[in-house]
Design a protein around this ligand. Structure first.
Ligand code: SF4
Ligand code: SF4
Ligand code: FES
Length: 335
């Protein structure tokens, strides 16, 4: 395996590893927009520049693979200056409508501006305006002015779903993301483009304007939508109960699991959590009393059910389990 050093730290990584991933292994984050480990390399945003000794110009880390003896520097004066200029370039025509943008609080333009930008804006001309609040499909809304043209969404539709609904149209500062004629972003995994969009250009129609992300709490969970059991994060609104029409579960996000769902979840699972706060959901155990159904407290129901079950031998009891249950629940059922 090639041995190299990054910022003075020696490391050894498998051949073919790019410098963003190599640096990540030793806790160094090289800023990037267009790179995503699940997608092909676009080399489009240029934010991931680094210096390599004996190479005259800064190189992009996403499209440079490790080599034996490579000496990489991620924080030279020239790299820091280049990053700052690239941030300024990405933001030249940006509308900066963070106060009304759903991405605010989890936006990589905001995060990287604070870490790598902090320049005084020099743009005095009128910014280029583009379409705002354009529905691309049942779940995704586009604000073309906020797009930094990283092409992650385009590559996702080309390479992951294979549906190719999206493209980049026009040229230069008029370039914008859009649908091919007659297309709609309605594939079964369409919501994932919102997750991989690093800025507020693609937002979730279901979640828009419901609650600010900094009021959300996160719990790790498993999607109950089908037997695959995709790993998810449940984003819960408890601190602003008057937001999102009082819903507690306001959105589900995929949680990386290489063996199950990688970075993705399907739209059926993502948008299928309304039952959690649904009016028709059973809220408490119930017991039949003739024709009537009586609500019973858990403290009463559990001993009642246990008492009834004790009246049977173990081989007389059968339990129907759903494959939608988690492994932990299924394990407990077998005991
Ligand atoms: S995309 Fe980011 S920087 Fe742009 S308006 Fe939204 S939150 Fe602000
Ligand atoms: S919409 Fe988002 S993901 Fe797509 S190119 Fe623009 S910034 Fe990138
Ligand atoms: S992440 Fe390397 S050019 Fe965009």
């Amino acid at each position: 395996m090639p041995k190299l050093t990054i910022d003075g730290q020696p490391l050894e990584v498998p051949p073919g590893t790019n410098l963003i991933e190599a640096a990540r292994r030793i806790g160094i984050e090289i800023p990037h927009y267009c790179y995503h480990p699940a997608l092909s390399i676009a080399g489009q945003c240029r934010l991931c520049v680094i210096d390599i000794e004996k190479v005259p110009r800064p190189q992009v880390a996403c499209n440079t693979v490790v080599a034996e003896g490579m000496v990489v520097h991620t924080e030279t004066e020239r790299v820091l200056e280049t990053r700052k200029s690239i941030m300024e370039f990405h933001l030249i025509n940006h509308p900066l409508d963070c106060p009304v943008c759903d991405q605010a609080g989890e936006c990589w333009l905001q995060i990287y501006y604070m870490k790598h930008g902090l320049y005084d804006p020099r743009m005095v001309d009128e910014k280029v305006h583009k379409p705002k609040a354009v529905p691309l499909g049942p779940h995704v809304m586009l604000d073309a002015e906020r797009c930094i043209l990283c092409s992650r969404c385009v590559r996702f539709c080309d390479e992951v779903t294979g549906t190719s609904e999206l493209g980049i149209f026009h040229r230069g500062d008029r370039s914008e993301i859009g649908l091919f004629p007659g297309q709609e972003l309605a594939n079964k995994y369409s919501g994932n483009v919102v997750d991989i969009c690093p800025v507020g250009a693609l937002t979730d129609r279901d979640f828009r304007f419901q609650v600010r992300v900094w009021y959300l709490d996160t719990q790790k969970s498993i999607c109950p939508g089908c037997a695959r059991g995709c790993n998810i994060e449940v984003h819960v609104s408890r601190r602003r109960v008057h937001h999102a029409e009082g819903r507690r579960v306001v959105r589900l996000k995929p949680r990386f699991n290489e063996a199950v769902n990688k970075w993705w979840i399907c739209d059926a699972g993502r948008y299928g959590s309304a039952f959690v706060d649904g009016d028709t959901r059973l809220q408490a155990p119930a017991r039949r009393d003739g024709e009537k159904t009586l609500e019973v407290a858990w403290t009463e129901m559990i001993p009642l059910a246990a008492g009834r079950l004790r009246g049977y031998r173990a081989d007389e009891i059968g339990i129907l389990a759903s494959p939608k249950l988690s492994n932990e629940d299924l394990f407990l059922l077998r005991r």
